[in-house]
Design a protein around this ligand. Sequence first.
Ligand code: ADQ
Length: 461
Amino acid sequence: MGRLIIVSNRLPITVSCDGDGIELSSSSGGLATGLGAVHANSESLWVGWSGLDASASPAARRALQTQLTSRRLVEVPLSDEEVSIFYEHISNGVIWPMFHDQLERLPDVIEGWETYESVNARYADMIAACARPGDTIWIHDYQLMRVPALLRERMPDVRIGFFLHIPFPNPEIFFALPRRQWLVEGLLGADLVGFHTRRYRGHFTAALRRLLGIEMKNDVIAYGKRSVRLGYFPMGVDSATYAERAADRKVLAESARLRADRDVCLLVGIDRLDYSKGLPRRLLAFERLLTTHPEWLERIRLVQVAVPSREGLAAYQSVRRTVEELVGRINGRFGTHRWTPIRYINRSVNDTVLSALYRAADVLLVTPLRDGMNLVAKEFVASRVDGDGVLVLSEFAGAADELTRALIVNPYDVDGMSESINLALTMPRAERRERMQALREHVTKHDVSEWSETFLATLVQ
Ligand code: ADQ
């Protein structure tokens, strides 16, 4: 039995560099935590970029190498120019908005596909240099969509799986992408291509039909001399760890502090500050609620945590400004000397605070305009060991296909969202508990290990 080689744009670590010294900490994003357990419990290797600045000193690089090796991590070094073109411009400036249905955010002229290809080829070279016969390769996400085909050229017989963490758009949208066929052919180098939901797989098969005239039969397509399996694997969270943490003494103390004012209901939002997460309309819905239901004045508070993301891109600076203006306006308009409606936190919070927020919330708001899955919704459910709390969830998050007992909302409908928030706040206790019970059964059963095990079992079958 060969080893597993996990491949993602970033390694699951954050590197801080101090002169010639180096410090590594584990990243806490969805992908990193999701695959962390698989990596920890096997002889796997993990290939990706460390995030270390290209200008770091040779001594710092050597120190990094030693630490990476001890964690079975393999670095693909990227120059500043490559990061700027491959990562920021093409991956985050073109593929991300397009795959989240935001066509109007595409630049007028798209340049840099050659760099996307050459960086993907560098990943393929690195994998080929590490892999032994019999190894299984699992490649992740939209930055590396050409890697399966490039690796197939180098290693025709190796077993390759690919998982897309973001949505695959409707072909009506996808077809606007200048390099659409080339990207799809990149994915078809894999033996198994996985999506979060059946719908995204449906979009992909519709694109295949129109581009290449291929039909899927029994989850498989014939592509040249090979066959490629297409599956959907909704990603879960490490529900046991969230449940355990929710009962931790420090978390309970922090949660009690958040609930110190017993007469105030707590709404919580936790997001990366990204235009796909629907923050402006969520804030407008909250403002609308305060206007149409003045009985909530001084009786509710929204704690919105928005972790800074991709700050080099203008679109992200712009959504940040919009959010900050809305928070300022709403707080100025409704706040009193003893009450501030929105508490806005523009940074990442640690695990204790995150769990305390999940635990303390009366209502969690997850209202993306489009989201591959959304792990925050599932982390919240996993944390509610008390069986209480209401999840308000966008119908355009992948999670909505599974979490059907949440209060499902249309994130473009500000009035409707505000009424749903009111419904969540006034929901009878018995209904809250019955809904949460159903959500918890699902999230506990379908956790992240089930996700990785099912994907890998399908890949080797
Ligand atoms: P993301 O867009 O990053 O992931 P999400 O699934 O919500 O979105 O995962 C975010 C992770 O970061 C969660 O684990 C959350 O706890 C953490 N996080 C978010 N804000 C935080 C904050 N302020 N402080 C601390 N931690 C914070 C992409 C896709 C998703 C898909 C995942 C996994 O866009 O649709 O669900 O990958 O496939």
